[in-house]
Each structure stands twice: as structure tokens, then as C-alpha cells.
Design a protein around this ligand. Structure first.
Ligand code: HEM
Length: 453
């Protein structure tokens, strides 16, 4: 190399190396983590850490790759710094088991500062101990199969009404906002009993959507950033400084809406997309729903029964497979309340710990040919997957209580879509983007016709 033959360049390079070595030594000596066996990995840039590359990977739906690159380099446990916090990312079945069970009592669900700022300190994802138990039990009781049967008819009515209103006379529609509106209205009616005022609900939905987008954005608060817009939208939901709602109720409602409607929107949108591009799956789903219609003969115009919902088994397997490959919740944070050790690595008090679906969902040793879309992998009742490997709803004491609710809502919407309409995608190969949930980047425009099957 030519440049190293110049003595002044060699001197300069040596000086720079010495200065770096000195600061590195000083930093290590004064580091609060001195003597600890921290997980391998890099914190990235000062202040923002690896937030930009993490958020960019999410936007391009490459978070699986982002994690896998680091797993390949450092192993299943590695450190980084994202969204304003130092984070240990823990992947794989053993890691999932450790995190979901609270890391020997040391992990709480507290979120990084940016998420807490948006969702509030009383959000479902912050509260712990007896308060969490109480509120979790109240929500869970409302979404058991027995409870769902009581409002099944109301759920179907909202879905039918919204589908009819949004699709009547249209030959083209954006499926993502349509599914969002449906999921949001189901929640407004069933959970909150809000008056059936379309304009007011539309305004609310706009502010909720902006707020939720900010929760996992780079936490830079100045005009123009997603985070800034989210804080303003949250303020509007709070009534511009004159609280319409007590802080605790607002935080809880916001986090419940976030937990329940964005996630369902994802599965519904990806389902509509899958049916548009996969005739084989479409045919199998359609046949199942024709059987349901046959069972309903003589009761046309009435609501679907609980028994008829249970007939939609293949449809649910398609949803399960969609959630394996593109899980609405890619992973989530915990907070180390004290120093802990996992797999030989020290995770210091105050660090976030992040679990990630992709560590097991996309592992060929667990899910054969993991990148292939194949709902039949869930069909074989003798081949169940090991615990803590299929985790779209999480696991352990904080597992999602909304899985049955989700299943019923998805089955109802897909039933009405496939029996009443047929559609084609306007943007073939439309990419998926995560903000923070995975959705078709252009809103999934579809050309729609009444069903002729
Ligand atoms: C496709 C739909 C859904 C998916 C993929 C999903 C996923 C998840 C996941 C992964 C967690 C656990 C987070 C963690 O442990 O870090 C969770 C928690 C939660 N989910 Fe869901 N969810 C869905 C729908 C719903 C619905 C419809 C409800 C409404 C009842 C709901 C309510 C909740 C609540 C209240 C929690 C917090 C539980 C706790 O901390 O004790 N979710 N969800």
C-alpha cells in the first residue's frame, strides 16, 4: 500500500491509534459494566445507537435479516442500542422461555423510553404486579370463548355494516385502510360501546394510527419527525391539555386499542393479499366457506352460529401461517430490574431485553422449509411444535389474552369477503413495510367484484 510508505502518514495513523486506545482504555475503566461478561455486539453510534438501521430494516420488512445478521456474527444473544436504550436481544427457544417467564423474576415488561412516552406510564405494557393481574383478568374475562359468544352477533353486524358501507358501488378499494376501519370499529363497539358515529370514529382512528406509529420510531422530537407527530396526536386524544380521560384510562385504552386493532388489521390485510395471489389457497378457503353456507341453509339472513365459526378450520391455519412468516408483533421489550445472567452473559440492571419471533419462526430445524408459505404445516395434529417456538401471541404469564377474539374476528371478515366478493391485486408483488406492524406498502389496492362463485 502506497500511503504507508509516507513516514508522516504512518506517524499520524500511529497517533490516532494511540488516542483511540487511550479513550477506549479510559472508557472501559470508568464503564459501569467493567468486569461484566456482556453479550457480544455493537452499540452503534452515540445517542441513537443502531436505531436508524433497526427502523430502516423494519420499514423494508428486513428485521428478520437484521437480527439474523447479528445472530450469525455474535450468536443467539447479542447487545445493541436501539430506541434510546441499551438492549440485549435474546433469540431461540431457550431464550424465549427465559424471557417469557420473566428471567428468574428480574424482567418486567417496561418498554423503552420512546414507547412509554407515547403509550403512557399506565399502559398495559408498563403495569406490573397486582395492578397488572387485576386489569389483565378483566380484559381476559371479556375475550374468553364464552364471552365472545355473547357478542358474536354484534361483531358480525359491525363487520357487515362496514363492508357494505365501504364497498357498496366501488370497483376499487384500498384493503389496508378498509381492514383497519373494520378492526377499529369492532373494538369501538364491542370493547368501548362508543356511539355509532362514523365521522367521530374516523377522527379517532386517525389520531390513534399516528400515535401508534410513533411508538417504535426513532425518538427524535422535532417538527417533521414521526415521533413528534405521534406526541401531538396523543395530546389530541387527551383533549389538548384538558383531559377528556384520566391519564390511566387513556393509557390503558390506547394500549388496548394498539394491542387489539393494529395486530388484527395486519392478519386481515395479509390474508386478503394471500387470497389474491394464491389461487390454490383461495379455492380451499372458498370451499370451506361454501360448506359453512350449506350448513346455514334455511337460516339465510341470520348471524353465523358458534358452531359454524368452528367449521372454518383451514381458514385459521392460513392465518396461523401468515402470522408465522409476518408476525404482527415481531418481538417485544422487557426491562432488567436487576443484574441477570443468561447463557453465560451478564445483562445489567436497567437494560432492555428483546425477544424476537424470527429466531424460531424462521428456523428450518423447527419449521421445515421455513421461508415457504404452507398452511398445511399446521394441519397435522400429531406434529405440534415445541413450546416457545411458535409465538405470534407470545407465551408465559403475559401471553396475549386476545387469541380467541382475533380468531373469531378474522374468520368473520374472511367469511363475508370470500362469499360476497372476488378481487385482484392492483400492484402485483407489492412490498411489505413495518411501521411497526407489517403491511403492504401501498395500502393494498384491489379491484373488486361481486362474487360469481
Ligand atoms: C393478530 C392479533 C394479535 C396478535 C398477533 C397479538 C400479539 C400479542 C403478543 C405477542 C403479546 C405479548 C407481548 C409480550 O409478551 O411482550 C400480546 C399481549 C397482549 N395482547 Fe395481543 N395480539 C393480538 C390481538 C389481541 C387482541 C384482539 C386483544 C384484545 C383483547 C389483545 C390484547 C392483548 C393484551 C391485553 C396484551 C397484554 C397482556 C399482558 O401483558 O398481560 N391482543 N399480544
Amino acid at each position: 500500500m502506497e500511503i504507508f510508505s509516507d513516514p508522516s502518514t504512518v506517524l499520524l495513523a500511529t497517533l490516532i491509534a494511540l488516542v483511540f486506545a487511550y479513550f477506549n482504555y479510559k472508557f472501559k475503566r470508568s464503564s459501569p459494566f467493567r468486569g461484566k461478561n456482556l453479550p457480544p455486539g455493537s452499540y452503534g453510534l452515540p445517542l441513537i445507537g443502531e436505531s436508524i438501521s433497526f427502523v430502516r430494516a423494519q420499514t423494508q420488512n428486513k428485521t428478520v435479516q437484521w437480527i439474523q445478521d447479528r445472530v450469525n456474527k455474535h450468536g443467539p444473544v447479542f447487545k445493541t442500542s436501539i430506541l434510546g436504550s441499551k438492549v440485549a436481544i435474546v433469540t431461540g427457544q431457550a431464550g424465549n422461555r427465559f424471557v417469557f417467564n420473566g428471567g428468574d423474576g428480574a424482567l418486567s415488561l417496561n418498554q423503552p423510553k420512546s414507547v412509554t412516552k407515547i403509550l403512557g406510564k399506565y399502559s398495559l405494557f408498563e403495569i406490573t404486579g397486582p395492578r397488572h393481574k387485576l386489569i389483565r383478568a378483566a380484559i381476559a374475562a371479556f375475550v374468553t370463548p364464552e364471552s365472545i359468544q355473547r357478542y358474536l352477533g354484534d361483531m358480525e353486524s359491525v363487520i357487515q355494516k362496514k363492508l357494505f358501507k365501504e364497498l357498496e358501488g366501488k370497483d376499487m378499494v384500498y384493503a389496508v385502510p378498509l381492514m383497519k376501519t373494520i378492526a377499529f370499529n369492532v373494538i369501538c363497539t364491542v370493547f368501548f360501546g362508543l356511539p355509532d358515529d362514523d365521522d367521530e370514529r374516523d377522527e379517532l382512528l386517525k389520531d390513534f394510527s399516528t400515535t401508534v406509529k410513533g411508538a417504535w420510531a426513532v425518538p427524535l422530537d422535532f417538527p417533521g419527525t414521526v415521533f413528534h407527530r405521534a406526541l401531538r396526536a396523543r395530546k389530541r386524544l387527551d383533549g389538548n391539555g384538558e383531559p377528556l380521560l384520566e391519564d390511566e384510562i387513556l393509557d390503558l385504552s390506547l394500549s388496548l386499542i394498539m394491542a387489539s386493532h393494529d395486530t388484527v388489521t395486519v392478519v386481515l390485510s395479509l390474508f386478503i393479499r394471500q387470497l389474491a395471489k394464491d389461487p390454490e389457497v383461495f379455492q380451499k378457503v372458498l370451499e370451506e366457506h361454501k360448506e359453512v353456507e350449506k350448513a346455514k341453509r334455511g337460516r339465510e339472513g341470520e348471524k353465523l352460529s358458534w358452531h359454524e365459526i368452528q367449521m372454518m378450520k383451514y381458514t385459521w391455519k392460513v392465518a396461523q401461517e401468515l402470522m408465522r412468516i409476518d408476525p404482527p408483533v415481531f418481538g417485544n421489550f422487557r426491562l432488567a430490574e436487576r443484574d441477570i445472567n443468561f447463557d453465560g452473559y451478564d445483562i445489567p440492571k436497567g437494560w432492555q431485553v428483546f425477544w424476537a419471533t424470527s429466531g424460531t419462526h424462521m428456523d428450518n430445524n423447527i419449521f421445515e422449509d421455513a421461508f415457504k408459505f404452507d398452511p398445511s404445516r399446521f394441519e397435522n395434529p400429531t406434529r405440534s411444535y415445541p413450546p416457545y417456538t411458535y409465538i405470534p401471541f407470545g407465551a408465559g404469564p403475559r401471553v396475549c389474552p386476545g387469541a380467541d377474539f382475533t380468531r373469531v374476528e378474522i374468520l368473520l371478515v374472511i367469511h363475508h369477503m370470500v362469499t360476497e366478493f372476488q378481487w385482484t391485486q392492483m400492484v402485483p408483488n407489492e412490498p411489505i413495510t413495518r411501521q411497526p406492524v407489517p403491511l403492504p406498502a401501498k395500502g393494498l389496492p384491489i379491484i373488486l367484484q361481486p362474487a360469481n362463485h
